[in-house]
Ligand binder design. Structure first.
Ligand SMILES: *Cc1c(COP(=O)(O)O)cnc(C)c1O
Length: 370
């Protein structure tokens, strides 16, 4: 019997919140301040506490969060144009854009094939006298090997910046994403583990100077009204989004647990020799933003699943170094990254998914043959 399994179901999840936020949303209409008002302040407090850091700055998107971090380090004299930042070659383009938008140089390094996460050994091979930071991307919801990354950062005097856009609530040992580096950028794009009803993001850190600088840069570079100390952006969070996010934050751990349950079911029951399931490190609490398998016959598998009613997506089909936006890298070769982009397929996974749907996905994937 065929079931329809959507990749995710955001409306099913978000509908649950209408009743819970409608009073607050209604009260917004009575207010004078809609951006960086008291709702944003309240969310910032909650999210800082949740991550285990001193400061959270609510901003307009994940890309803005990451861009502001590099801008702030430049404003503080810790980085300057032409400095290098190490970043995994298989990340989402925004990680890399944040670096190059600041006229810093992204240095792409290979990930590990089995975890899809930046490989500490390839980091070390790529450190030069110009390297100033490592951008650790907790891709698909699993945290990077932070102990090894910190060893390198200390040895070479580098900043550790987290791209935590896919890792809300993920742990590395006893600490959460957002508190694992010097500073972190989050996205609350609707499909993320914690998602708004529009664009939003945050910067988390326990460094007071950095927090102050990010806050000022997100507000035209203005430390107080009509005084401009730096050349900044307008990258502030809306109170409307903060209301939604604060309410959804209460359920984030529950939803992450649901994601892990489905992932566990997949990991235990997917038995097709043509596919490789993701490698999960046992000391890290993965939050399965995505469940990404690999298959040499990816196109065939995707098509087969589609025909059987199972929606899948590819994260991501073209690696950053093969994109027109980075023409200068098009001839470079990153074999592991390229293999990942040629073979990955994300299976349906969201907190509203039923066990029956997961069983159906497993049955269909296991029945695929060439
Ligand atoms: C979503 C995402 C971003 C960008 O966030 P936006 O809010 O869409 O700007 C950055 N990095 C990673 C790894 C992401 O998944």
């Amino acid at each position: 019997m065929a079931l329809k399994v959507p990749f995710r179901n955001l409306s099913k999840l978000n509908k649950l919140y209408y009743r819970r936020v409608r009073k607050k949303i209604k009260s917004l209409f009575e207010k004078e301040i809609y951006i960086w008002g008291e709702e944003v302040e309240a969310f910032e407090k909650e999210f800082a506490k949740y991550c285990g850091v001193e400061f959270c700055i609510g901003v307009g998107s994940g890309l803005k969060a990451l861009t502001l971090i590099f801008m702030a380090y430049k404003a503080l004299g810790i980085m300057k144009e032409g400095d290098e930042v190490i970043v995994p070659a298989n990340t989402f383009i925004a990680s890399i854009l944040a670096i190059s938008l600041n006229n810093l140089v992204p240095v792409l390094v290979e990930p590990e094939l089995k975890t899809y996460l930046i490989d500490p050994e390839s980091i070390e091979r790529n450190i030069t006298s110009k390297t100033k930071a490592i951008l650790a991307v907790h891709l698909y919801g699993q945290t990077c090997e932070m102990d090894k990354i910190w060893d390198l950062a200390k040895a070479y005097n580098l900043k550790v910046i987290e791209d935590a856009a896919q890792a809300h609530g993920a742990f590395y040992k006893d600490k959460k994403a957002g508190a694992l580096g010097d500073v972190a950028g989050f996205s609350f794009y609707p499909s993320k583990n914690l998602g708004a009803l529009g664009d939003a993001g945050a910067v988390t850190t326990s460094d007071p100077e950095l927090a102050k600088t990010v806050r000022s840069l997100a507000n035209y570079g203005s430390p107080k009204p009509y005084v401009f100390k730096l050349r900044g952006l307008n990258a502030r969070m809306d109170d409307f989004q903060a209301i939604i996010l604060k309410e959804k934050l209460k359920d984030l751990d529950t939803y992450n647990e649901k994601r892990r349950k489905i992932a566990k079911f997949y990991l235990e029951n997917l038995k097709n020799p043509l596919i490789t399931v993701p490698y999960v490190r046992n000391w890290k609490e993965h939050v399965f933003h995505l469940f990404v398998i690999r298959c040499k016959e990816r196109e065939g598998l995707k098509h087969y699943l589609e025909k059987k009613g199972v929606k899948t997506l590819i994260h991501y089909p073209i690696p950053p170094h093969k994109q027109l936006a980075y023409k200068e890298w098009n001839e470079k070769s990153y074999p592991i990254t390229e293999e990942i982009h040629q073979t990955v397929l994300s299976l349906p996974l969201c907190p509203t998914m039923s066990l029956r749907q997961a069983q159906y996905v497993v049955k269909v994937v296991n029945s695929f043959s060439t």
